[in-house]
Design a protein around this ligand. Structure first.
Ligand code: ADP
Length: 454
């Protein structure tokens, strides 16, 4: 049931995720509008939209982050649904509120839920209530009293990490190993929290030394159904940025994932959560520790799609249209193993941004190979945005088969005219520790720095 006239979905994003959303909207028979900046006027994904509308100059704050400009575009084009993708305004409660006030539907949860989960201390409290395991440490911000901070850190046990409640993007965090270093760390962290996130609240939790990053995908509708859709291991990160992701998480018992997933789904019901979401955990010595929730679709969603056979973007749009999910947890089946490599327009050696004009392009294919990419021959990659140019996803009956397909696909992939991290990714899938499965979040940074990785 999608109403009488065809509904119109506005895509408030760019690049590969704009293309992914446009594909899903087409499948659902929706009309589409895609906004773009001046720098993206020749974006190849725009040809997939029924209408396009320029909303401002290249800097994101004047276009993709400009709430008023996007609202004007939605009203001018008769859009009634807005998909924010990931990044940009996807986790902005102010955007969600502005859309609701204008009578538009966001593909995502309510502003209220977004605000609650966007505050890491609040989120932690909600998770403890729902029975989801968290990193040891109090579920309240520091009061500002240095004696209290010292007590909290001592109780938690060193090393600890001081974090901004409103933090994001890997900023606003400080690791403290000795009690004498705590006062300065608390002061600097509070200053950063205020400056970068406009929220001086900070908190302390246990610092885990060699965790893996394991996350649970969820999907919930407005009719009481909340599903967990398996786990992803995203431990291979460069400076907190995910590089390779996979599902399931190697070496973790399916029953442990099922128990954790059940609690995450329960948390969704408790929060009144709707749409796609991700609960992120650190995993160490057999324990899961919640760190944050992302209230949006994530870059790495395709690996979950490959193992479940579900179209997550179509599902989140259907939920926003008010439809029930129409499946239960028992209907969700996990098959095989999927791996995603993020290909960026960077020099594979120096890892510096290396955008350019695509002169030649050859995509890999065959069974179990998927490419999500907005590139086309002749396209000039603008320097103004994230350097992600393609996601290469392989699926196999086993992890070994998915890895073998990834090696062959990376060998076949040719992107000319810009830098690409394909040669680096090709080396990484051959790294013995990665190939064995279960590396920690520090593995890649150490590998790239030439340090010992064990
Ligand atoms: P952000 O919102 O900035 O991404 P997160 O809370 O998700 O912040 O943490 C980002 C990264 O910081 C994690 O993926 C992990 O690498 C590290 N980190 C955060 N909390 C801890 C902790 N308690 N122990 C060890 N590492 C942590």
């Amino acid at each position: 049931m999608t109403g009488p006239a065809p509904r119109t979905l506005l895509v408030a994003n760019r690049g590969e995720i704009a293309l992914r959303i446009l594909r899903a909207a087409r499948r659902l028979g929706l009309r589409t509008v895609c906004v773009h900046s001046v720098a993206d006027a020749d974006g190849p994904w725009l040809s997939m939209a029924d209408r396009t509308i320029c909303i401002g100059p290249a800097p994101a704050r004047d276009s993709y982050l400009d709430i008023a400009a996007i609202l004007r575009a939605a009203l001018a084009t008769g859009a009634d649904l807005v998909h924010p993708g990931y990044g940009f305004l996807s986790e902005s409660p102010a955007f969600a509120e502005a859309l609701a006030e204008a009578g538009l539907t966001l593909v995502g949860p309510t502003a209220e839920v977004m605000r609650r989960m966007g505050d890491k201390v609040e989120a932690k409290r909600a998770m403890i209530e729902a029975g989801v395991p968290c990193v040891p440490g109090p579920d309240r911000p520091l009061s500002g009293d240095p004696v209290e901070a010292a007590e909290v850190a001592a109780e938690t046990g060193y090393p600890v990490i001081v974090k901004a409640a409103g933090g994001g993007g890997g900023r606003g965090m400080r690791v403290v190993r000795r009690a004498e270093d705590l006062p300065e760390a608390v002061m600097l962290c509070r200053q950063e929290a205020e400056r970068f996130f406009g929220n001086p609240a900070i908190y302390i939790e246990k610092f885990l030394e060699k965790p893996r990053h394991v996350e649970i995908q969820v999907m919930a509708d407005g009719h009481g159904t909340a599903l967990w859709l398996g786990a992803r291991d995203c431990s291979l990160q460069r400076r907190h940025q995910k590089v390779i992701e996979e599902s399931p998480a190697p070496g973790i018992a399916p029953q442990d994932i099922a128990d954790l997933g059940t609690r995450c789904a329960q948390a969704c019901r408790m929060l009144g959560y709707t749409g796609a979401g991700t609960f992120e955990f650190l995993y160490e010595d057999g324990g899961f520790y919640f760190i944050e929730m992302n209230t949006r679709i994530q870059v790495e969603h395709p690996v979950s799609e490959e193992v479940t056979g579900l179209d997550l973007v179509t599902m989140q749009i259907s939920v926003a249209l008010g439809d029930p999910l129409g499946i239960t947890q028992e209907d969700v089946r996990f098959a095989g193993h999927a791996i995603e490599c993020r290909i960026t327009a960077e020099d594979a050696e120096t890892l510096r941004p290396a955008p350019g004009r695509i002169t030649a392009l050859h995509l890999p294919g065959g069974p179990g190979v998927r490419v999500d990419s907005h590139l086309a021959p002749g396209y000039r990659i603008p320097a103004s945005y994230d350097s992600l140019i393609a996601k290469l996803v392989t699926h196999g009956a086993t992890r070994q088969e998915a890895l073998d397909r990834m090696r062959a696909a990376l060998d076949e992939y040719r992107i000319e005219g810009c830098g690409s991290t394909i040669p680096l990714l090709r080396r990484l899938v051959d790294d013995p520790a990665f190939a064995a499965g279960g590396v920690s979040i520090h593995h890649l940074d150490r590998l790239l720095a030439g340090e010992p990785t064990t």
